[in-house]
Design a protein around this ligand. Structure first.
Ligand code: ADP
Ligand code: ZN
Ligand code: ZN
Length: 820
């Protein structure tokens, strides 16, 4: 009897491929192990074994595998189950899920490029003969494809050698330029333990009588780290130097003598003191009540939504739940949207849980991701708690007890491109089911879908409506800028009210955040004579003016040109800029407040290495008085000294053409408002708008989540949107305009034959051409009660027929399930 294995290949192919193995191999192989297999004419791929069996494939002759790459499974049974769920729910292949789930170096293939790592010393003696040969080959050629290595070494079994070099950090594959995430580290000193003895201490002080400067340093150290503690706690070197008036060399000599011990500690970005935030964290009565409610909800339900207003202390409740789960020996996953994964939060959690916290950041290098993956797989002590962005739901957990999805309403939990187009929050709920873990969703402004689920008892619901320390919610004031324009009370884009409050805040040495939804100077340049505005040659959008670089740029493809002095169409020099962006706000501010430091945080200013962290640090350290930013300033940051938040223009948010625009505006405005007044003094939020009576603006100003929820839900019901109807978006794209058009018509017609009035489109999206490809969208709405899986099958079949039509071969289709 011959033996076979099924293999999942990292390709957009639905089927698992069947390969031929020997009896010995069949006995050794288990699902989840990697094998290198031939594919097509000359390709080699790394795939994951999904099944070992004895059924020969019907339509093709099974080929033998090249080799086995693992001794034990790299992928757990639980992961395989989840991949299959993700693939079927999001209508993609398991291979595409595999690609998202495994760090690149695990998936070597014939086209993979291998290089030696930079700046490492290679100890020849530590290499096996094979490794030595490969290193030698890589030293002569700076980079080699795996196919080339196979030829060079004249053998097929090169993948394990490459793997082992990667694991030893000697080689890198498909090197991407990753910005390394570095937590902020600062130098601390503490008194050496031996001086904790009274006698030793006296002796030291006697000794230091001859070195008064050093003696002063020691006394200052006592002073800072609580008198009774006598230097037991560490103190920042910078603080010690400042307070004792000693120079760096005096402190250094104390370190050299062994009196002080030097430590490099990761520090939190805002100064809480370590003692209060140690292990014995005390919840206040409201937090305690919420915690108990969550626990009792978990007794009967698997998912619970914690609706806790900004700064209510949700993180501390998470900490208690995490403590409980790890004390039972379970793993914990703490999911965060990309942008909220800041040094602030990491430092806070590392403070509680120390070494048990592992971070999975998208800015990590591939090698670091390999390390994280292995640590979780081996259930190491250092991997009890994983804090990560959306893709961390694919890590190889096997004893997960708790999943926390913080800021669950955030749209960055959804992956748009490439497939799998999954939503990490929804997938986390499924992960919880598969792993028998509880799932806690947390937000100050829950998504309508989650709140709906809680409202309908599908999830538990717990409310926390008090800010920690009884800090008041900021006062929110609406500023009618239509009226202000009429009365000539505007200076540029600033109302007199806003300017007045900015002045007041600055006078009191407090800080200001100004929120403007758009980056750039001003979206478009328009000719006053003929109305022409410069367009991107590759996309159907106008170019945006960026004053900093004095360029016109495309936000879709990055195309840019120098700022024009004359109209490109009619040569008229009378050009004006329309709209408002962060850069323009910054420029106006600089003119209005020339003596204050103004910072800007948007995609343009945070692109560079550590750009984001740098701006946040500068703001925290109060080196910036006014921070102008896009959504980036809204996310989970805890600034102590911000009194005033200004929303420059609420209307651009409200008028966005999307069924979620109102919900999102509400969330954004309330989140950005939550940055104001997080300490005792009450904060102030000013919302400038042309529509002061807009229901969303009103609901934000009165903090009425419920009202917003009820009203939006009614609209969703009326217009047939989620949570009442499910959506599947099918996009067609291609370089040939008329084929895309005709193809879309054909496809929409076939879909309408099956789904009738529940098919919308085809329609051009707002930007119908990007990078020279034309786009057209079709939306299928699925009413409650209509089987989701049957619907997907039918759509799948119609797409099959579509792909079989020769005329539409150049037209690609992209399916997006829950495209919101
Ligand atoms: P949220 O995540 O709900 O916006 P945070 O968890 O950031 O709120 O809490 C707001 C502030 O209150 C933080 O500075 C936090 O350190 C502090 N805080 C909250 N709960 C406690 C507690 N039980 N003990 C000490 N400080 C707390
Ligand atoms: Zn013109
Ligand atoms: Zn473009």
């Amino acid at each position: 009897m011959p033996f076979f294995i099924n293999v999942i290949l990292p390709l957009p192919l639905e089927k698992h491929f069947t390969y031929n193995v020997s009896k010995e191999e069949a006995q050794f192989l288990k699902p989840g192990m990697r094998v290198a297999v031939p594919f097509g004419k000359s390709k080699i791929y790394t795939g994951i074994v999904s099944e070992v069996h004895q059924r020969p494939p019907e339509v093709y002759e099974a080929k033998p595998i090249e080799q086995i790459l693992d001794k034990t499974p790299l992928v757990t049974a639980g992961q395989l189950k989840m991949w299959s769920w993700v693939a079927s729910y999001y209508m993609c292949s398991e291979g595409e899920v595999l690609r998202a789930a495994l760090p690149g170096p695990f998936l070597l293939e014939s086209e993979t490029i291998v290089q030696l790592a930079k700046d490492v010393e290679i100890d020849d003696d530590a290499l096996s003969d094979d490794e030595f040969l490969l290193v030698e080959a890589l030293q002569t050629k700076s980079s080699l494809k795996i196919n080339e290595i196979i030829q060079l070494l004249d053998r097929k079994t090169v993948l394990p050698i490459i793997n082992s070099l990667v694991e030893k950090k000697l080689a890198v594959v498909n090197q991407e330029i990753y910005e390394q995430y570095k937590p902020k580290v600062e130098r601390f000193v503490k008194l050496h333990d031996r001086y904790l003895e009274e006698a030793a201490m006296h002796e030291l002080l006697d000794d230091l009588n001859r070195a008064p400067k050093q003696r002063e340093v020691i006394f200052t150290l006592f002073g800072i780290s609580a008198k009774s503690a006598k230097g037991k706690y560490s103190v920042k070197v910078s603080e010690l130097a400042r307070k004792s008036g000693a120079s760096a060399s005096v402190i250094k000599s104390l370190i050299d003598k062994g009196v002080l011990e030097e430590l490099k500690l990761e520090i939190s970005r805002f100064s809480f003191d370590l003692e209060n935030h140690g292990k014995n964290l005390q919840l206040n009565e409201y937090q305690e009540k919420a915690l108990q409610e969550i626990k009792s909800s978990f007794e009967s339900q698997d998912v619970c939504l914690l609706h806790g207003i900004t700064s209510s202390g949700k993180t501390e409740i998470y900490v208690k739940l995490i403590e409980k789960a790890i004390s039972q020996g379970k793993q914990v996953l703490y999911l965060l949207p990309e942008i909220a994964l800041t040094a602030q939060l990491i430092a806070r959690l590392q403070n509680y849980f120390g070494e048990q916290v592992l971070i999975f950041h998208s800015r990590y290098s591939v090698n670091e991701r390999v390390e994280v993956y292995q640590s979780v797989l081996q259930n190491k002590e250092t991997a009890r708690i994983v804090i990560g962005v959306r893709s961390s739901i694919f890590l190889p957990f096997h004893d997960l007890g708790l999943v926390i999805v913080d800021e669950e309403h955030e749209s960055t939990f959804k992956q748009y491109d490439p497939a799998p187009r999954y939503h990490a929050r929804d997938t986390a709920v499924v992960l919880g089911k598969l792993q028998d873990a509880k799932v806690l969703l947390g937000s100050a402004t829950p998504s309508l879908e989650s709140y709906f689920n809680a409202d309908h008892s599908k999830y538990g619901l717990v409310n926390l409506a008090r800010r920690y320390g009884d800090v008041l919610l900021p006062e929110i004031e609406i500023v009618d800028i239509k009226e202000k324009h009429r009365k000539k009370r505007m200076t540029g884009h600033f109302s007199d009210r806003l300017l007045e409050e900015i002045k007041e805040t600055l006078k009191n040495k407090e800080q200001v955040i100004l929120f403007q939804n758009r980056r750039g100077f001003s979206p478009i340049l328009e000719c006053n004579t003929c109305g022409h505005s410069p367009q991107c040659p590759n996309c159907d959008v106008s170019l945006t003016y960026h004053s900093h670089s004095n360029q016109l740029r495309c936000h879709y493809c990055g195309y840019h040109m120098a700022m024009q002095q004359k109209c490109m169409a009619c040569d008229s020099p009378e050009l004006s800029t329309k709209g408002l962006g962060t850069e323009q706000v910054e420029t106006e501010l600089k003119a209005l407040f020339p003596d204050h430091k103004i910072g800007r945080m948007d995609l343009d200013t945070t692109r560079g290495k550590q750009g984001y962290e740098k701006i946040i640090s500068a703001f925290e350290e109060e080196k910036i008085d006014i921070l102008v930013g896009t959504q980036m300033v809204t996310k989970g940051l805890d600034f102590r000294n911000v009194r005033l938040v200004g929303i420059m223009n609420a209307d651009t948010l409200l008028n966005f053409p999307d069924f979620r625009a109102h919900e999102r505006s509400f969330q954004l405005m309330l989140q950005v408002a939550g940055r104001a007044g997080r300490t005792q003094k009450r904060g102030l939020v000013l919302i400038q708008t042309f529509n002061p009576h807009h229901q969303i603006v009103q609901q934000v100003s009165t903090n009425s989540y419920h009202e917003m929820y009820k009203e939006q839900l009614e609209e969703r019901r009326n217009y047939k949107y989620p949570p009442f109807y499910r959506l599947i978006k099918i996009s067609l794209k291609g370089r040939d305009y008329s084929r895309v058009n005709e193809g879309a018509d054909w496809l929409a017609l076939s879909l309408k034959n099956t789904f009738r009035e529940h098919v919308l489109g085809p329609e051009f999206p707002p930007v119908a051409r990007i990078r020279n490809e034309y786009y057209k969208n079709i939306l299928v709405k699925i009413p409650q009660g209509q089987s989701l899986s049957k619907t997907k099958k039918l759509i799948g079949r119609i797409l099959q027929s579509f792909k079989a039509i020769g005329a539409y071969r150049g037209v690609k289709t992209v399916i997006n399930v829950d495209p919101y």
